[in-house]
Design a protein around this ligand. Structure first.
Ligand SMILES: [Zn+2]
Length: 240
């Protein structure tokens, strides 16, 4: 069974922190989606890769993913070898997604940068018939990007207001990673109390740009087709 959308992050939680609301909205519209994490999170300052796997599976269940698959490309030094590229090409061919979501390949975290580039390249190469893997060639219609640490001006914003509760429920599934006043583990960028507030603030900011409460922004190298530009800009100037 092919999936409509494949969301591919470097680490479990990359998807929940950036674009999971869009996945929930797409599922409501009848599109299936799956999540692929390129690393096991073994370099995370808090928790272990076993704890992370349990948390990630719980989050995927909450979001309604068709499946979640974890690869082992190396956390904190993500390897972009030809072997890994071919493994990713085979997953894209096997699942035949129409759309791929991945980190923008320019970020503070080198794993995000490398993941974004590797996924972009694999999505293209997956369409080259003479590159042989188990499954036949397939090229997704488009690869689109979400911002992780560095924020990029979005090409379009998805209204995720109705999906924000579920998205935050999925984020809270990563109990070992985020703020927990009872935890004795080291405080990190992600575990400070202000981090999840900043994640919510970003969704509010993107939402404000399009006149809704919460939004998720994406960068696309090609502009999306808009069928109704009037409807697309409705409520941008409230009161007029
Ligand atoms: Zn990450």
């Amino acid at each position: 069974m092919p999936v409509d959308v494949l969301a591919i992050g470097a680490h479990a939680d990359d998807i929940e922190l950036t674009c999971a609301g869009t996945l929930v909205v797409l599922k409501e519209r009848g599109h299936s989606f799956a999540i692929v994490d390129l690393t096991r999170g073994e370099m995370g300052s808090r928790g272990t890769s076993e704890v992370r796997a349990r948390e990630a599976n719980r989050a995927a269940e909450l979001l309604g993913a068709a499946f979640r698959e974890t690869l082992d490309f190396g956390d904190g030094g993500l390897r972009t070898t030809r072997e890994n590229e071919l493994a990713l090409i085979e997953i894209i061919r096997r699942e035949r997604p129409r759309l791929i979501l991945t980190p923008y390949p320019e970020d503070r975290h080198p794993d995000h940068r490398r993941a974004g580039q590797l996924v972009t390249d694999a999505a293209f190469y997956a369409g080259l018939r003479k590159i042989e893997t188990r499954s036949p060639a397939h090229r997704p219609q488009q690869t689109i990007y979400f911002s992780t640490a560095y924020v990029h001006h979005p090409s379009f914003v998805v209204d995720v207001t109705a999906a924000m509760d579920k998205r935050f429920e999925a984020i809270r599934a990563y109990r070992s990673k985020f703020h927990d006043p009872a935890s004795a583990e080291p405080v990190t960028m992600l575990s400070q109390a202000s981090f999840l507030k900043a994640i919510e603030a970003r969704a509010r900011y993107f939402g404000f740009l399009i006149g809704v409460e919460f939004g998720e922004g994406f960068v696309s190298k090609k502009p999306p087709r808009i069928d109704d530009p009037v409807a697309a800009f409705e409520n941008f100037e409230p009161g007029f």
